[in-house]
Design a protein around this ligand. Structure first.
Ligand SMILES: *[C@@H]1O[C@H](CO)[C@@H](O)[C@H](O)[C@H]1NC(C)=O
Length: 214
């Protein structure tokens, strides 16, 4: 083998190559748990929540941040994903994401405000994005159940505009919310039954700025 062939072979096997080649995306802003822990560095995460998640799931799940999916979902999310496992989409590999904790990195939001949501994408597909927010009674220290989400999405966008790395999804944040909540985003492809799931921890405050709260 010549040297460049050896190098190409190594690149082909490396985690970053594989996750780019197979993966598809996750919420970037408001940031998904899985992507936040990936950005912290799965080998040595900074936050207690990501440390606990990596301890349970292993680092590889976070290199594969863009694959929290179900290949044959076809809209049957509530049938296929059990209560308590919404953030992992019922997948053993991602079970660290289901840890009920109140200290996941949370994006600061204001209620009823215009917001540009960004979906980090590594392989674009046609489809729609449903955004659900938790009810006022949400308790982040309890396992997340389907009944914790409001019945109808506050935002549902089909084929949004895309730039080099993100779908750009303009919307309005949910009304009447305060404190810690969770935004659950389902990306259902329309060219295949595959769907992707993002758990985004958020914190609604008065005139909150757009930085992340630890
Ligand atoms: C979201 O929009 C898609 C595409 O129009 C539609 O099929 C889907 O039923 C909508 N979701 C909800 C919960 O209304």
């Amino acid at each position: 083998m010549t040297n460049w062939r050896t190098l190409a072979f190594i690149l082909l096997l490396s985690n970053s190559f594989l996750s780019r080649a197979r993966g598809h995306g996750a919420m970037g802003d408001t940031i998904a748990r899985v992507y936040a822990c990936y950005l912290e560095n799965p080998e040595n995460p900074r936050s207690e929540a990501c440390k606990a998640a990596v301890a349970l799931s292993g680092a590889q799940a976070f290199y594969d941040w863009n694959e929290v999916n179900i290949a044959d979902a076809a809209g049957r999310h509530r049938e296929l994903i059990p209560d308590g496992q919404l953030c992992s989409a019922g997948r053993e590999k991602y079970k660290g994401l289901d840890l009920p904790r109140a200290d996941w990195t949370a994006t600061a939001l204001t209620s009823s405000a215009e917001y540009l949501f960004l979906y980090r994408v590594t392989a674009p597909h046609v489809g729609f994005f449903e955004f659900y927010v938790t009810r006022d009674s949400y308790d982040p220290t309890e396992p997340l159940k389907w009944s914790d989400l409001e019945d109808t999405p506050f935002l549902n966008v089909t084929n949004p505009a895309i730039d080099s790395a993100n779908y750009r999804i303009p919307g309005v944040t949910p009304a009447g919310k305060s404190g810690r909540h969770l935004i659950y985003v389902i990306w259902q492809r329309s060219d295949s039954p595959e769907a992707f799931y993002s758990c985004c921890d958020v914190h609604f405050g008065e005139g909150a700025s757009r930085h992340s709260l630890a």
